[in-house]
Design a protein around this ligand. Structure first.
Ligand SMILES: [Zn+2]
Length: 243
């Protein structure tokens, strides 16, 4: 994929192992990172980018798809470390990322706490604690649907609500790649909507319908990585099979 690099970051978050796949895209003088992992991962990101011959010192934008902690965890430290970076999000997510509004995720989980297993209850208490302690920073640029990332000519924001109300994906035109964030998950080679973590399934499916209007050759999921199959067919399959 031209000018697009999928990073693979191994993490242990709140007692669970997970691999995340943030994406780096170059567009002229701009270097854009999509999502920042859990707290304390800046060095890991730097090392992973270096393996691909890229120095994150040249980073100009960080796009945050949504305010879940595994996406904004290292945002404040990266902003400090990489001096030229501007932080970009959707208009809705802005206040959640800065912490001005309480996390929609925490609120949703708290409302469903009584239905959780004992293990999930314990996990949530720790998750809430990590979220509340997280260092917050300002968002520099708020984008509407279909807007270009400022400074770029081939990287667009696509609003894809559902997982969270202001979730935003990124479309890299040059390589016809959709960086789906958590609007889609990938497991065992199959794309799906992670219904357990999706606040509004109906909106999430509308977002998939919207993706079908784009010319997509590749899809990158933050959880699951690169999907290279027939993207249109896979998106259609989600609409046909998931309620
Ligand atoms: Zn996530």
């Amino acid at each position: 994929m031209k000018n697009l690099y999928v990073l693979e970051i191994n993490s242990n978050f709140n007692g669970r192992n997970m691999i995340i796949f943030p994406v780096l895209i170059c567009d002229g003088a701009e270097m854009v990172l999509v999502d920042t992992g859990i707290p304390g991962q800046t060095e890991l990101f730097k090392a992973e980018a270096e393996k691909k011959g890229i120095s994150l010192e040249n980073l100009t934008k960080i796009v945050i798809t949504h305010h879940d902690i595994d996406h904004i965890g290292s945002l404040a430290e990266m902003k400090r470390e990489f001096k030229n970076v501007k932080v970009v999000s959707s208009e809705i997510e802005g206040d959640y990322i800065t912490g001005e509004k309480e996390s929609a995720r925490l609120e949703h989980m708290r409302n469903n706490f009584d239905k959780f297993t004992e293990e999930r209850k314990q996990w949530f208490v720790k998750y809430q604690d990590i979220s509340k302690k997280l260092e917050r920073i300002e968002v520099d640029i708020l984008l509407k649907d279909n807007e270009m990332i400022p400074g770029c000519s081939k990287i667009r924001a696509i609003q894809t609500p559902g997982h969270l109300p202001g979730h935003m994906s990124v479309y890299a035109e040059e390589s016809r790649t959709l960086i789906a964030g958590d609007a889609l998950g990938l497991m065992d080679g199959k794309l799906f909507i992670n219904s357990q973590n999706t606040l509004d399934m109906s909106k999430a499916k509308d977002s998939v319908r919207k993706m079908l209007e784009l010319n997509i050759d590749n899809i990158v999921c933050y959880h699951g990585g690169l999907f290279r199959g027939d993207c249109k067919q896979a998106l259609q399959d989600i609409l046909n099979s998931q309620n």
